[in-house]
Design a protein around this ligand. Sequence first.
Ligand code: FMN
Length: 318
Amino acid sequence: MFKTEICKIFGIEYPIILGGMLWVGKADLVAAVSEAGGLGLLGAAGMTIEEIENELEKVARQTKKPFGVNIPLLRPDADEMIEASIRGGATAISTSAGNPKKYTRKIKDQGCRVLHVAANVSFARKSEDAGVDAVVAEGYEAGGHNGRDEITTMALVPQVAGAVDIPVVAAGGIADGRGLMAALALGAKGVQVGTRFLAADEAAAHPNYKEAVIQMPDNGTCVTGRTTVGPTRAIKNELTDMIIKAENEGAKPEELLEMIGEGRSAMAAIEGNCVKGTMYCGQIGGGIQGLKSAMEVINDMISEAASIIRSFQSLLQG
Ligand SMILES: Cc1cc2nc3c(=O)[nH]c(=O)nc-3n(C[C@H](O)[C@H](O)[C@H](O)COP(=O)(O)O)c2cc1C
């Protein structure tokens, strides 16, 4: 069921990818998603090379199925990160925040697959030209860093699907079988999920952070950073209120960066400080009612999608 080109490219059962998540997407979650038939991606953005090696060793002990690593290309040691990932058994590299052109050939020559995250049509085309195997079209409702054009998943996915010949993976606002079916209907061949897996048993997020996702309402996130690091979606708290106030008062980018300082996302994800830390989270968090295992997330997504197909067939019969 649900075998698409994405399954063939990455050697997985279901076209469901765990998006790389800074601090949160560590070995246990990666292995659990891969074991459940999806593609687990290690969120390596905040990891040293040694940490990547250790995490991948842990993943390899827990699953024999394919897994990969997400590498933000802004990292000056992106080359070493890629080498460590391939040495550690990754068969897929997801690149984000940069141009994949310099890296794609090197990754593919080592037998690894590449997918790149793009938030508009032009970057999706550039990714295709760079030779990636698939492009992730990530909409503005997604958790974490968003594209500067602020295009929603609903509008972005069909436009990217119409613009490139490589398979498209939809990301942003997808947490269940309804989201999977919507993405496929829009022309995607798979989905990348972040926020739903952030509220999974195996996610490395602090319990306070997971609880904040479960408790948040539909309008529980906001976007800050437009004048500095780029739009960033996180759960509203004292920190986001302070940033928005300063932004509205016209604070200069350097003043904002100084005020925010370093390490805010680790403060929430690792220390559990949900007042002063940044809790990256997508808008779909408002619909997440409780924790599930990664296996339950995937199984529920697939069975719900299958029942939607059945209900659509009955629509055709009048
Ligand atoms: C807590 C968190 C951390 C994230 N960290 C990264 C990251 O390090 N690199 C990246 O490319 N995307 C990152 N993302 C984006 C996800 O990989 C994924 O594309 C996104 O969450 C999908 O949208 P959704 O949150 O609506 O499911 C992060 C998202 C969240 C929620």
